[in-house]
Write a protein that binds this ligand. Structure first.
Ligand SMILES: Cc1ncc(C[n+]2csc(CCOP(=O)(O)OP(=O)(O)O)c2C)c(N)n1
Ligand SMILES: [Mg+2]
Length: 557
């Protein structure tokens, strides 16, 4: 057999990815990954060709969260890899399993323009990096990267010099056993009876209980068990931001507990004497940095219960268990109680209260972001997928209490702006049969606005709702509070509708909400992609900003 007729290393590596069950790959090509990517596409993998490498990884993150599969992206070596330094830490902190196929500079050259020491850069993000330099072992190393990504729930980047990828394949013709056949399938961990008994004593003695669920409760399908526990204790329910909507139709759910807690929720959380956190990692923002329930004890039910997290003491009482099994055992061990904290009056208040009732003077011709979100909450069909982005405005669009958790995505762990459009693309790829609605800020959208072209080219069904204050709202409110000049944070409003049309999308500017229901109906019929630019006032401050950066603080200082 001549070398020409033999498969190349990249052919076999593409097959190894297909054998891993990879059906979608977020891709930006260069010399060091394009032949592999071309073969992957030929073998039936759907390729989403993005316009910036950051967006490949960020989209793969959302895809991984939505599908519970390993998200896959590919970038070329050198400048392709250096573009990943913001997305990877976000994926690490959000515990998302990813495999990134990266090229490396050719080994044969003593100098290569795009060469850079990739491993330390990637490892500094918290992701792992494996340079693969022995072709025969590469398929096994790829399989192991999938196993590692799943087990450690973090990104694994594999770097393969592109001269090695070009070589004729000299290894075995059989691929290794794929990772899904090797994965351990551990059963949910039941709680220890002694731990259940002490947790039950604690809960029975509490008067005002809040059951507070995180994504671990979602994954363990513990929603119904949490509702039953809250009902038996006569308490209330709340969730973290990413688990928002787990109890969307429960009368006693106060919404998000954390930086985005609605007004009534703040009041009730301050009254709580016990918070039972279920399946969450008790991150700093969940609980508002320890400020939301100052008088409450904390019981943490989790497979990895925590005492201290992100610099704070978080829980002194622990029940190690799968979220559902732990909550069910605790509920079963509780005596019936005569006094209930929850009352019908509380349920009515939760239902009828605005998330934030503060009154602001708004310039004419501009909208209140809270009205925009309320109108959208009423107008958008219940089965559309919502994606929450970043910035000051994210407080407002976190307040859509009728939406169920499975139609909602929020990944904010690294606090980076600019991810919304990629997350929306990841959800669109994971749920091609659904309409995706992205809520984003003007600054965040602008950071990766080039991806509008990707959305158009791939025919994605995405409605982008822009809460446009013409500024970096988070910055301008802080600067004003400090009495500092606003330069560099206020930009005005470019014509986003025209920008969208330039990329081939629909574009609309909203200065009134009157036609919104009609326009939503029309969009539901037409499908496609659009940017709806809501011009909002920068005079409306979220409660979080008002607390942390009160207006006029400098004058009082
Ligand atoms: C990658 C990155 N760069 C800068 C920041 C700092 N930052 C936080 S919020 C924000 C403003 C975002 O503006 P916009 O998307 O318009 O939302 P708004 O705050 O105006 O509602 C900036 C610049 C960041 N978090 N991440
Ligand atoms: Mg803004």
């Amino acid at each position: 057999m001549t070398n020409e007729a033999k498969p190349r290393v990249y052919d076999v590596l593409a097959r190894a990815f297909i054998q891993e069950g990879v059906s979608t790959c977020f891709t930006l090509m260069g010399d060091a990954n394009m032949n592999w990517a071309a073969r992957l596409a030929q073998q039936g993998c759907r390729m989403v060709y993005v316009r910036h490498e950051h967006c490949a990884v960020a989209a793969a993150m959302a895809y991984a969260r939505k599908t519970s599969e390993v998200g896959v992206a590919t970038v070329t070596c050198g400048p392709g890899v250096t573009q990943l330094i913001t997305a990877l830490p976000a994926a690490v902190r959000a515990h998302l399993p990813l495999v990134v196929f990266a090229g490396e500079a050719p080994l044969k050259s003593s100098w290569y323009n795009q060469g850079i020491d990739q491993a330390p850069m990637i490892k500094a993000t918290g992701a792992d990096y494996h340079p693969l330099h022995l072709p025969e072992r590469m398929p096994i190393a790829i399989r192991d990267a999938f196993l590692q990504a799943r087990r450690e729930r973090r990104p694994v980047v594999i770097g393969i010099p592109f001269d090695l990828q070009e070589r004729a394949w000299e290894g075995p013709s059989m691929l290794p056993t794929p990772s899904r056949e090797l994965l351990p399938r551990p059963s949910p961990i039941p709680p220890h009876p002694d731990d259940v008994a002490s947790a039950a004593t604690l809960v029975a003695a509490a008067q005002r209980v809040v059951v507070f669920a995180g994504l671990g409760a979602v994954e363990a399908q513990a929603g119904a068990a949490c509702r039953a526990l809250a009902a038996k204790t006569g308490g209330l329910l709340a969730t973290t931001l990413p688990a928002r909507g787990l109890f969307h139709d429960d009368l006693y759910c106060i919404g998000i507990a954390g930086s985005f807690t609605p007004e009534v929720g703040l009041e009730y959380l301050a009254e709580a004497d016990l918070v039972i956190a279920v399946g969450g990692s008790l991150a700093y923002h969940a609980g508002g940095g320890g400020q939301l329930w100052r008088n409450a004890k904390m019981l943490h039910i989790d497979i990895d219960p925590r005492a201290v997290r992100q610099g704070q003491e978080v829980a002194r009482h622990h029940l190690r268990a799968d979220a559902r099994l732990g909550v069910e055992a605790l509920t079963a061990a509780l005596p019936a109680r005569s006094h209930m904290w929850r009352t019908e009056a509380m349920a009515s208040r939760i239902r009828d209260s605005k998330p934030d009732s503060q009154v602001f003077e708004i310039e004419s011709g501009l909208l209140d972001p809270r009205d925009c979100v309320e109108a959208l909450e009423n107008a958008l069909p219940a089965d559309w997928e919502l994606v929450n982005s970043s910035g000051h405005c994210s407080w407002f669009f976190a307040q859509m209490p009728s939406r169920p958790q499975e139609r909602f995505l929020s990944i904010r762990e690294f606090g980076a702006i600019g991810n919304g459009i990629s997350f929306a693309m990841g959800v669109a790829a994971a749920r091609p049969d659904r309409t995706v609605v992205l809520f984003d800020g003007d600054g965040s959208l602008m950071m990766h606005v080039q991806e509008l072209e990707t959305i158009k080219r791939h025919g994605m069904n995405i409605l982008i709702v822009l809460i446009n204050d013409g500024a970096y709202g988070s910055e301008v409110h802080k600067l004003r509070s400090e009495g500092m000049p606003e330069d560099g944070s206020v930009f005005g409003r470019p014509d986003f509708a025209a920008i969208a049309r330039g990329f081939g999308l629909e574009g609309k500017t909203f200065k009134s909400l009157t036609d919104l229901p009609k326009l939503v109906q029309a969009f539901a019929k037409s499908g496609g992609a659009a940017v709806w630019d809501f011009h909002v006032s920068d005079k409306v401050l979220s409660p979080t900003i008002r607390r942390a950066h009160p207006p006029g603080k400098h004058a009082k200082a």
